[in-house]
Design a protein around this ligand. Structure first.
Ligand code: ATP
Ligand code: LTN
Length: 349
């Protein structure tokens, strides 16, 4: 497939000085504040500095059972939410993973150089397969597909929450192994983990990361589309401790307050010291919770408005995603051909 139009060239071209960034998000549930603060906001904020590829990883989502219609509508909904959160198609390539066949094909080629023991050791595989009656081969292979996503674009940096660091390290191992076996082919990527916001914890249990998987539990997550009253209620119910000290802390007993301060810090973009100043006059945890809820509501309000506008024109959304897939194909397609050549496949004439 050829890249068409000037837009496509502008966002994928690199003069060699700008780093390439690749990241992905699963359309496996309703997006929440953890996804936004730990991933999406950072992607949007840094679009100008790098050459960016952002992928909605539907092939990863189906490694566990999904209802087909729900998956389809969530995939579009995630795309709209990413755009509403500030991803700008003129400054990044946003696309759906299954629209670019190089990802699945690349995964197969990389499978053939990946020792199975590397996959059996992955903590996400152990967590997601524990206690399940049926575990798909896809779930075990998940990190190899993720490695293909990243290294087919010669990504230098992979911004992710700290839960995904092990997968990026595996992508590094796979890239290095392929390079050793077949000669220099791939850039070895680095994970980039935001310091605060890397792990937003559940409001109902600050020992567990906020996740789509647990979103159904009452008071666990703030969904990106929650109404202001719902957001206030979730923060009001947030689990804290029996003390009254409002300070950042590594003490597990203070994890609830630490989480609330971390959320406030990332949303407002202030330093830790400034956050401490902001709460000097706070009247207890009730006040802390109300103020955090307020900044979150104000952050989400314009995003929600833009989201509803985008979802009102699915045709336009689909054509944006089609353009993204063309741009992605223009980069990953030639890389895939190089990989095939290196391993000894006959390329179609
Ligand atoms: P699941 O429950 O299906 O694993 P998830 O909510 O963890 O989903 P992902 O699709 O796995 O979300 O993650 C998308 C991005 O959001 C990743 O970069 C991930 O690291 C980040 N992320 C997810 N949850 C959090 C969180 N609680 N805090 C910070 N970042 C997060
Ligand atoms: N496994 C990641 C999603 C993901 C991804 C990627 C992230 C799939 N492919 C490539 C970064 C780069 C997750 O669940 N957050």
């Amino acid at each position: 497939m050829q890249t068409q139009g000037t837009d496509a060239v502008m966002v994928t071209e690199t003069d060699g000085t700008k780093k390439r960034v690749f990241s992905g998000i699963q359309p496996s549930g309703e997006l929440h504040l953890g996804n936004y603060l730990g991933a999406i906001k950072g992607w949007a904020d840094r679009q100008n500095e790098k050459v960016n590829f952002f992928c909605i990883v539907d092939l990863h989502a189906i490694t566990v059972p999904q209802d087909p219609e729900t998956l389809r509508s969530r995939t579009r909904s995630v795309a709209a939410m990413l755009l509403a959160s500030g991803l700008d198609p003129s400054r990044c390539t946003l696309f759906i993973q299954s629209h670019v066949p190089a990802h699945a094909e690349g995964c197969w080629l990389l499978n053939c150089v990946t020792p199975i023991g590397w996959l059996e050791r992955m903590t996400q595989f152990k967590d997601k397969s524990a206690g399940q009656q049926r575990v798909s081969t896809g779930l075990l292979d998940y990190p190899v597909l993720m490695a293909a996503d990243i290294i087919l674009y010669d990504a230098d940096e992979v911004p992710v929450g700290d839960d995904q660091k092990q997968h990026v390290e595996l992508a590094r191992d796979i890239a290095s192994r392929f390079n050793r076996l077949y000669g220099e082919t791939f850039v070895v990527p680095e994970p980039v983990i935001p310091e605060v916001g890397a792990r937003v914890m559940g409001l109902n249990d600050p020992a567990v990361k906020m996740s789509k998987t647990h979103s159904a539990a009452r008071g666990h997550a703030v969904a990106m589309l929650d109404e202001p009253e719902e957001i206030e209620r979730s923060f009001r119910r947030a689990v804290t401790d029996s003390g009254n000290e409002i300070a950042f802390s590594d003490d597990p007993a203070k994890a609830g307050v630490n989480n609330l301060l971390g959320i406030y810090k990332v949303v407002t973009g202030r330093s830790k010291d400034d956050v401490a100043w902001d709460f000097e006059d706070a009247r207890g945890y009730g006040d802390l919770k109300a103020r955090v809820a307020e900044v979150v509501i104000e952050e989400l309000r314009p995003i929600q408005q833009r989201y509803h506008r985008l979802m009102g024109d699915v045709g336009e959304l689909d054509s944006l995603l089609a353009r993204g897939a063309e741009q992605a194909e223009a980069v990953s397609g030639p890389k895939l051909r190089e990989v095939k050549e290196r391993v000894g496949l006959v390329l179609p004439g």
